[in-house]
Structure formats: C-alpha cells, structure tokens
Ligand binder design. Structure first.
Ligand code: SF4
Ligand code: SF3
Length: 542
C-alpha cells in the first residue's frame, strides 16, 4: 500500500505497511480501486452530460463514494467492495444510455476495465492502480493531481452533507466528475493543473455555501449556547461525526425514552442550532477530539454512534457499544443502514448502566456562526476602532495526535488579552474549555462551528473587510490552521482561491506537496509552516 493523504502519514512521507490511522493494505488497495473506478464512471458521466444524460443517482453516488475514501471514514473492505461493484454497475448502465444517444466512449482505462469476481482479485486490481502505480512522470504534476484528488474528497464530503438536507448544485457534481476524470489525462501543463486545483477551491466555497444553507434552513441559525461538559444521571447516547440529520433522527427516536443525548467531537456546535437544542433530552458534550476516543469511549456508559469521520479502531471494551451509520464502517461493528432505524442503538443504551449521578464539569459556549457574530458586527468594529481589539486570530482546523499540535494550545494561551480568537473544527479541543474572558462583553474565544462551517469564517472575514473598506489580506487577522484530513485540504484550496495570504499551516506540511509546488505557494501566497507560539506571535503582532 501507499497512502499519504493525511497529516498523520508514516514518517511524514507515506504509509506503506499499514495506515497509522488503522487502514490495512487490503482496504487501502480497495479504496484505490474505488477511486480508479470513479474516474471511469466520471469519464462516462461527462460524455453523458454532453448528450443531455445526467442521472441524479450517479451524481450523488460519486460524491458519496469519494467521501467514503476520506481519512477515518470507512475501514471495512467488504463495504468498500460493495461501493466498487455499485460504481461499475452504474458505469455500465450509463454507458449503454450514452451509446444509445450516440456518445463516443473511451476505449480503455477505468471506463472499460473488467472488475474481478473475488475480493482477492479486486485487491490485486487495486494494487495495480495505487498512487505510485499511477504516478505522473512529472513530480510536480503528480503532486497537483493528488492535491486535486484530496480537495475533491473534501468537496465530496460537503456535497454529501448538503445533499442529505436537500441542497444540491449541479456545478459541484460536474466539477467532481471533471476533476476525477482529469487525473487520467497526461496532456495538461503545470499551469493548467494549478488552475484546476484553484478551481477546486472555488467549487468548495460554493459547496460550503450550499451546506451552510442546508444546515441553517433546516435547523435555524446557531445562537450562542452554554453546553454542559458534565453528565446527567441516566441512560446515555453519544453522537460523533458531523452529520446533523443523523443527530436529529437520534433525538427524535429517543424522545420519551429516558435517554440523554450527548455530542462528541465535531458534533459539539450542534447545541447551538434552535431546531436541535429544542429537545429537552439533548443534554451536553462528552470528551474531546477524535484521537482520544479509545480512552474516552471506553469510559462512556452508553451507546455511541459514529456518523462520519473520524472513527478509530474500536477497542474490545466498547466494541459492543459503538455503531456506525452513513458512509462510516468498521468490520464487525453494527451498521445502521439507510432506513436510519436507530433502534439497536437505543436498545444498547438501555442495556448499559448510563451515568450513575449528575456531574458538573462546567460549560463551554458554542453558536458563534456567521449570523451571531455579524449581528454584533457594529460592536466589534467599534471595539477595533477604539483600539480595544488589536487583532483577530483564526486558530482552527483539525486536531490530531502529534505532540507538535500543542503549539495550538500554547498560542491560544499566549495571544494577548486585546485580541479575539475565532475557532472551528475539532482543532478547538486543544483549548475549547479555556476561560479566556471577554472584550466589552464579546467573548475572546468564539466557536464558529465544525470544520464544515468554514463558510461562516469566510463570510465573517469578508464582512469585516467590507466594514473597514479593505481586502481580507489587509485586515488585522491571522490564520493559523491545523490540518489533518482532506476536508482541510479543500478549505485550504478555497482560501488560496480567494487570494488569502500569510496562512500559517501545521503541524507539518502535506507530504503530497512537491518542493516546487510548495515554492509556488510560498511565492504567491506566502504560506508558511508554524514555528513556535512565541516566534509566530512576535512576527504577527510585532
Ligand atoms: Fe496513512 Fe493517513 Fe492514509 Fe491512513 S489516511 S493510511 S494514516 S496517510
Ligand atoms: Fe476533525 Fe476528523 Fe478534521 Fe472536522 S473530526 S475537523 S479531523
């Protein structure tokens, strides 16, 4: 196997024997084969589009299947194999329609390959189409092709979330297909690849806007909300991942059953949505970020549901308590299927002891998405003009296990009192429960939401730039980003496509970025790796 799509990659270069995330070589090969198959399906879909054939089923499937290969989503070889079979089935159905409409199909490659009958045969096929086997002879083009694929995985995740809540835009689906199919091409020049990668950033902004609309039109705009970190005596279900609809369904299905529902990880900001917080048994938040789940889940006295990334290998001491749904899968873990009947989860929660008593561990504030922040924009702008707010820091992104990530805790602790800190993503768990005070009633730490809510952060920055009649790059704003998986790659591409400069990225730079591509990013965007909290603060604040 070879995989270097995430920040945790082995030795900072690539996982070759087994994934640090727990992905085994068989699943890695199958994921490679799935991406290869999706490239072929995308080629056929693009030709179909020219002939006026554009089935929704194909569009949605390509987004879902691409999302399933994102880090920490699907570890089940059987589930990946089913997706490959479905991709081939859709491809062949679409080919027949395209031929009938007079379309001309590619004569070789993934639009034509014959899928092996057995799982072992599929694994062998996947090995033939891995990242290294498909390597472009030009290492910079190879780097940009991989960057595009990882950006597409992030876009696919956001598109899938938006689609679940009824928001779609065909430009997103078309780009996913064009991007996937483009990676088969050998005729594009370096500049064209750079353009394509930046286009991925633009499409991701559109996708995040769709998702923002999906979330806010379904559940209302988040409002500032105190979330307890302790527990309520009684039976409990813990919901992790990013899928708001799954959480809503769990809240509905547990009504009146004497079960309290808790959020984990990226579900924390859900407490701010009016249409979710209205459930009296939606109690509080448990635990921190994904990399601590083996310890934290083992101690949770109820059932646990993983709705999206980031699942870790379930330990035996809680394997019977954890469930997956949507695109998440782990071999041997009960999966809640498309009927979304969470009955088995409820049953398990009622069997388990639950929390024996009420415990108070304080609270954290969530709900500072764009609507809430922009409603106090006048106050914020006045505070900046009066010199009470010196600088804004966006410290956000993913969390992870690497000790170098303590940088993010340190910098938040050291940011001076006259600065505001905006955050989003699970990276916040490095500092989310710190009491950082306020400036004229404006909390110094504003939680904008999930990584899925990066659109809010961009809208806030654009609104501030408008108010101060300047460009985002001229604002007293510094972006200090932590990345781990491919949604963060998509967001980074969006920031670059908007021309945002001076981003500090860490804890390490992506292994898939070649030295020349990095050089291009440094020259054009002044992107830089994080250094130490002191040095970076000195450089930013002078
Ligand atoms: Fe390694 Fe990350 Fe790929 Fe997992 S997703 S195999 S940790 S590079
Ligand atoms: Fe986190 Fe997995 Fe990226 Fe959503 S939950 S930010 S890593």
């Amino acid at each position: 196997m070879f995989c270097y799509q995430c920040e945790q990659t082995a030795k900072g270069t690539g996982c070759e024997k087994i994934g640090i995330c727990g992905k085994d070589p068989e699943t890695a090969a199958l994921q490679d084969l799935l991406i290869y198959t999706l490239k072929g399906l995308s080629q056929v879909a693009l030709i179909g589009r020219e002939k006026g054939i554009n089935p929704k089923e194909v569009n949605v499937f390509i987004a879902e299947a691409t999302f399933s290969t994102l880090t920490n989503v699907n570890f089940d070889p059987q589930a990946v194999a089913e997706l490959i079979k479905k991709a081939v089935e859709l491809r062949d159905e679409l080919k027949a329609q395209v031929v009938q409409a007079g379309g001309k199909l590619p004569v070789n490659g993934p639009a034509n390959f014959k899928l092996a009958d057995s799982l072992q045969g599929m694994i062998a096929q996947g090995e033939e189409h891995g990242i290294l086997a498909e390597k472009d002879p030009d290492s910079d083009i190879h780097s940009l092709k991989q960057t595009l694929i990882y950006g597409l995985k992030g876009i696919a995740a956001y598109a899938d979330h938006a689609q679940i809540l009824g928001q779609e835009d065909d430009r997103v689906y078309e780009f996913l297909q064009r991007g996937l199919a483009a990676t088969l091409r050998s005729d594009l020049k370096l500049e064209e690849w750079i353009e394509m990668v930046l286009e991925a950033g633009k499409i991701n902004l559109l996708t995040m806007e769709l998702l923002d609309r999906a979330n806010t039109s379904t559940y209302g705009h988040p409002v500032p909300t105190q979330v307890p970190l302790g527990a309520k005596k009684g039976k409990a279900i813990l919901v992790s991942g990013h899928d708001l609809r799954d959480l809503e369904l769990i809240l509905q299905q547990t009504e009146g059953k004497g079960i309290y529902v808790y959020t984990h990880g990226e579900m924390l900001p859900c407490h701010g949505y009016p249409e979710l917080k209205k459930y009296p048994h939606f109690y509080g938040h448990y635990g921190t970020a994904w990399q601590n789940q083996q310890k934290e889940f083992a101690q949770f006295p109820g059932a646990i549901v993983m709705t999206t990334n980031c699942i870790q290998k379930p330990l035996d001491n809680y394997k019977q308590n954890i469930f997956t749904t949507g695109l998440v899968a782990w071999p041997g873990v009960t999966h809640i299927g498309q009927d979304k009947d969470f009955g088995p989860v409820i049953k398990r929660a009622l069997e388990l002891e639950g929390f024996a008593q009420d415990t108070d561990k304080g609270t954290v504030m969530v709900g500072f998405a764009r609507n809430a922040v922009l409603s106090v924009a006048d106050k914020v702008i006045a505070a900046v003009k009066a010199g009470k707010i010196r600088h804004f820091f966006l410290v956000g992104g993913c969390d992870g296990a690497r000790p170098a990530r303590n940088y993010y805790t340190e910098i938040v602790e050291k940011i001076p009192q006259d600065c505001l800190i905006l955050t989003l993503g699970c990276g916040k768990f490095k500092f989310f429960d710190k009491q950082l005070g306020d400036i004229d009633g404006i909390p110094r730490l504003l939680d904008l939401g999930q990584c899925n809510d990066a659109y809010s952060a961009i809208q806030i920055a654009l609104a501030l730039a408008k108010a101060f009649d300047c460009e985002v790059n001229d604002l007293p704003l510094s972006l200090i980003i932590s990345w781990y998986e491919q949604k963060a790659v998509a967001i980074l591409l969006t920031l670059l496509s908007l021309g945002i400069k001076d981003i500090r990225l860490g804890p390490t730079l992506p292994a898939f970025i070649s030295p020349n591509v990095l050089d291009y990013l440094v020259k054009n965007y002044n992107i830089k790796p994080i250094s130490s909290a002191e040095e970076d603060l000195k450089a930013i604040l002078g």
